[in-house]
Write a protein that binds this ligand. Structure first.
Ligand SMILES: NC(=O)C1=CN([C@@H]2O[C@H](COP(=O)(O)OP(=O)(O)OC[C@H]3O[C@@H](n4cnc5c(N)ncnc54)[C@H](OP(=O)(O)O)[C@@H]3O)[C@@H](O)[C@H]2O)C=CC1
Ligand SMILES: O=C1O[C@H](COP(=O)(O)O)[C@@H](O)[C@H](O)[C@H]1O
Length: 590
């Protein structure tokens, strides 16, 4: 391995093995906040545009380099992937990257469904609009519903809800995008139907090397059938095959491990991309940047200075039609065990060796394995009840026709979790998640300790909690990071108040924030696994929640009712108070 000076872009080491057929040249670039490999030239139709978007830099902060691709494994029925970058071979200047004319085909399995319409197709279109997709890409929809290509295209254009739809040339771009979209109708457990899909894919791929991504946007009970058929009959013969799996990944430790075992009959771990869309949210991505690239935060990031951490999710609507799915899972499995726990792991992990996916995921697993399984006494569950407000009536959870009468499924939960390691010993991590609450919000709140021997103590009155610093990362809506500090009110007297040092993203950064699904789809295309869940992470996550979930179900714990649109059950306050915590999101509206 050696390096050369690329004509205008600095030192570059190159990747492609010349012995393998059609191997893409991968360079490392900085995409947004993440350092991700980019399939230069072939992936990006417009190299000028690519340079505008990408600031060429090293991976993980090192000087400019490139990692090699192992994406051209030929001759296997199920192309395998290796998680580690391969040794670098050969050199090329960045201005003349190899263009190998390979293809990426993205098949949305369950294309007629809610998630496909609401998130996946809009995200793919946004990536296309912004020139992030490779030059040669295809989108296939697969589902049982009978549809022609035209009908799929109609459906996609009609349900477009992405951030792009008010932009310039949106219609032209949409027409170009739709020309790349095709549909095949079939059963999820039919090898024959996936063979037919394979034939159609090959026809459209036109003999080019094919890399294939399958997005399983279907109910979990048919994941394994679809994976079996796709891997046996429609995987790439000369490129890579990857599968994005949507949650839920099981209902508990046993079912999750069964699912993993079944998937691994047909796929290697490196081919499985378990999506947790919260990891694709801008502020969650930013959490590590905030912590590890600012000297002012990392030294405070421990039990020495942090009194408690709160991870809060609330929605101002109920299950609305998704009750059938929800009732089988409940809020703890739907939100806490995955989205909020992932945030917690990122928040609390030790500094990873590097920004490489495995280094980060190793640290997350360590945190999860240092945690105490949840105990019922540290948990409060609730369920929303009907409510009349302002002349309008709001339904109870059990009024949803898809929910069984008398259901005890929690739509709200609050929990105190503990990490038994040197950094976090004794610090309560409080989580709260609820549907049909008064607001839609997701945030991380870090409450710091009192200032010892505070000179200004008398200016705060008796409630010293009001004077503690609090760092808030507002994930949504209106992304922001703000720090509550004590400040002197200007004037001749000595009056203090609490003010915010406020980084409001929309004020600071004029560009729109991409949807989480855009980031994650692009990562899956690029083979970047950092934001996807590894199987041991999943096992560790379920190990924390499974005993509690079983106890709640076995003991038939009755959830505390709270009115639709309220702040949730009062039990959540008592829980927090027992751990000497006051919820930061209540009391004031900030
Ligand atoms: N919707 C959302 O907001 C979110 C969804 N998810 C997950 O994403 C996946 C897809 O969700 P979503 O789109 O809402 O699901 P849908 O219920 O809309 O199902 C997707 C498609 O799967 C097929 N399907 C539905 N039920 C069955 C069944 N019993 N047997 C065989 N096929 C069936 C239908 O297509 P056809 O009849 O045409 O074959 C349907 O259009 C699920 O795993 C879900 O948990 C995760 C996060 C959020
Ligand atoms: O995974 C899920 O997330 C959504 C909330 O996602 P958001 O990006 O809109 O915050 C939630 O409504 C749904 O119940 C859950 O399955």
């Amino acid at each position: 391995m050696a390096s050369i000076l690329g004509p205008s872009l600095g030192i570059v080491t190159a990747s492609a093995s010349r012995n393998e057929p059609q191997v893409l040249s991968k360079i490392t670039a900085v995409r947004g906040n993440s350092h991700s490999p980019l399939w230069f030239s072939c992936t990006h139709p417009n190299r000028k545009a690519a340079r505008n978007h990408f600031q060429l830099k090293s991976s993980n902060g090192l000087p400019l380099n490139a990692v090699s691709s192992n994406d051209g494994l030929a001759g296997t029925s199920l192309a395998k992937e290796d998680s580690k970058p391969q040794p670098l071979h050969g050199l090329f200047p960045l201005s003349e990257p190899e263009c190998t004319g390979s293809n990426i085909s993205i098949t949305v399995v369950g294309a007629s469904g809610d998630l496909a319409k609401k998130k996946i197709f809009p995200a793919l279109f946004a990536l296309f609009y912004e020139d992030w997709l490779p030059e040669n890409f295809l989108v296939f929809g697969f589902a049982r519903t009978k549809m022609t290509n035209e009908e799929l295209r109609n459906m996609i254009s009609k349900t477009l809800t992405c951030r792009i739809d008010k932009r310039e040339n949106c219609e032209d771009k949409m027409d170009q995008f739709l020309k790349r979209c095709f549909y095949h109708s079939g059963q999820y457990n039919s090898e024959e139907h996936f063979s037919e899909l394979d034939i159609k894919l090959k026809e459209k791929e036109g003999g080019k090397l094919s890399n294939r991504l399958f997005y399983l946007s279907i109910p979990p009970n048919i994941f394994v059938d679809a994976v079996r058929c796709a891997s046996q009959k429609a995987s790439s013969k000369d490129g890579w095959t990857r599968v994005i799996v949507e949650k839920p990944f099981g209902r508990d430790s046993e079912s999750s491990s069964d699912l993993t075992k079944c998937l691994k009959q047909y796929l290697t771990e490196d081919q499985i991309f378990r999506i947790d869309h919260y990891l694709g949210k801008e502020l969650v991505e930013n959490l590590s940047v905030l912590r590890f690239s600012n000297l002012v935060f990392e030294p405070l990031w421990s039990r020495n200075y942090i009194r408690n951490v709160q991870i809060i999710f609330s929605e101002d609507f109920g299950t609305e039609g998704r009750g059938g799915y929800f009732d089988h899972y409940g809020i703890i499995r739907d939100i806490m065990q995955n989205h909020l726990l992932q945030i917690l792991a990122l928040f609390a992990m030790e500094t990873p060796v590097s920004l490489a996916a495995e280094d980060i995921r190793n640290e997350k697993v360590k945190v999860l394995r240092s945690m105490r399984p949840l105990q019922l006494e540290n948990v409060v569950v609730g369920q929303y009840k009907g409510h009349n407000k302002g002349g309008k009536s709001y339904p109870a959870y059990t009024d949803d026709p898809t929910v069984p009468k008398g259901s005890l499924t929690p739509t709200f939960a609050a929990a105190a979790l503990f990490i038994d390691n040197a950094r976090w010993d004794g610090v309560p991590f409080l989580m709260k998640a609820g549907k049909a609450l008064h607001t839609k919000r997701a945030e991380i709140r870090v409450q710091f300790r009192h200032v010892p021997g505070n000179l200004y103590k008398r200016n705060f009155g008796t409630d010293l909690d009001k004077a503690t610093n609090e760092l808030v990362l507002r994930v949504q809506p209106d992304e922001a990071i703000y720090l509550k500090i004590n400040n002197k009110v200007p004037g001749l007297g000595m009056r203090l108040d609490r003010s915010d040092l406020n980084l409001l993203f929309r004020a600071r950064y004029p560009s729109e924030i991409p949807d989480a699904y855009e980031r994650l789809l692009l990562d899956a295309i690029e083979g970047e696994r950092r934001l996807f869940i590894r199987s041991d992470e999943l096992d560790a996550a379920w190990a924390l929640f499974t005993p509690l979930l079983k106890e709640i179900e076995n003991k038939k714990i009755v959830p505390e009712l709270y009115p639709y649109g309220s702040r949730g059950p009062v039990g959540a306050h008592y829980l927090a108070a027992r751990h000497n915590v006051r919820w930061g999101d209540l009391g004031n509206e900030d």
